[in-house]
Design a protein around this ligand. Structure first.
Ligand code: GAR
Length: 197
């Protein structure tokens, strides 16, 4: 029996696509649901085009009441019975209540070499700091933002003349390699750190 993977998105969903497209043939997992917290996320149509069920759990009606949003999110997730939940560009801060509920099952991808630059604007911060190497990290989700145990990292060079956008594009291409590779390992119980390239 394949493991069941739910994927949470907020935007274009390119990482979600790389995960969905990786779960074929002998992969130990299959995508069962893509959830977005906003109805206009471009990733929803990409999931549907791949035959993956989608749902929208809009955070806005809850007006900053994170627990109320998460109660609705949990109900949708529970119905999908996920073994693994991949946060893939899911831009909501989660409460301890949510994290405790799904402890040990949640992965996240973050566009920096953690522990550097948790939070937002990672590429601008790397450029401001004069970093010559940037990258991305897949980690387990814990109650501390972007700080759970690391499962994989991928590095890219910072080039002369890089802007946050050009650096983001180079990092994103590596995210698409790293996240599927980590998911496959995680699905067979391997939580050792993967370093790419
Ligand atoms: C990705 O770069 C991902 O690492 C980042 O958002 C982008 C989503 O792109 N996530 C975060 O910043 C989480 N804090 P995508 O929707 O095309 O996968």
């Amino acid at each position: 029996m394949s493991l069941r993977v739910a994927i949470l998105i907020s935007g274009g969903g390119s990482n979600m696509v790389s995960l969905v497209d990786s779960m074929t043939v002998d992969h130990p997992a299959r995508p069962v649901l893509v959830i977005s917290n906003t109805a206009d996320a471009g990733g929803l149509a990409k999931a549907e085009a791949r035959g993956v069920a989608t749902a929208v759990v809009d955070h806005r009606p809850h007006k900053g009441d994170r627990q109320a949003f998460e109660t609705e999110l949990n109900a949708v997730l529970e119905a999908a019975r996920p073994d693994i939940i991949c946060h893939a560009g899911f831009m909501r801060i989660l409460t301890a209540h949510y994290v405790d509920h799904w402890q040990g099952k949640m992965l996240n991808i973050h566009p920096s070499l953690l522990p550097k630059y948790p939070g937002l604007n990672t590429h601008a911060r790397a450029l401001d700091a004069g970093d010559t190497i940037a990258g991305c990290t897949v980690h387990e989700v814990t109650t501390e933002l972007d700080a759970g145990p690391m499962l994989g990292q991928a590095k890219v060079p910072v080039m002369d003349g890089d802007t946050p956008d050009t650096l983001a594009a180079r990092v994103l291409a590596m995210e698409h390699q790293l996240y599927p590779a980590v998911l496959r390992r995680f699905a067979i119980g391997d939580r050792s750190l993967l370093n790419l390239p």
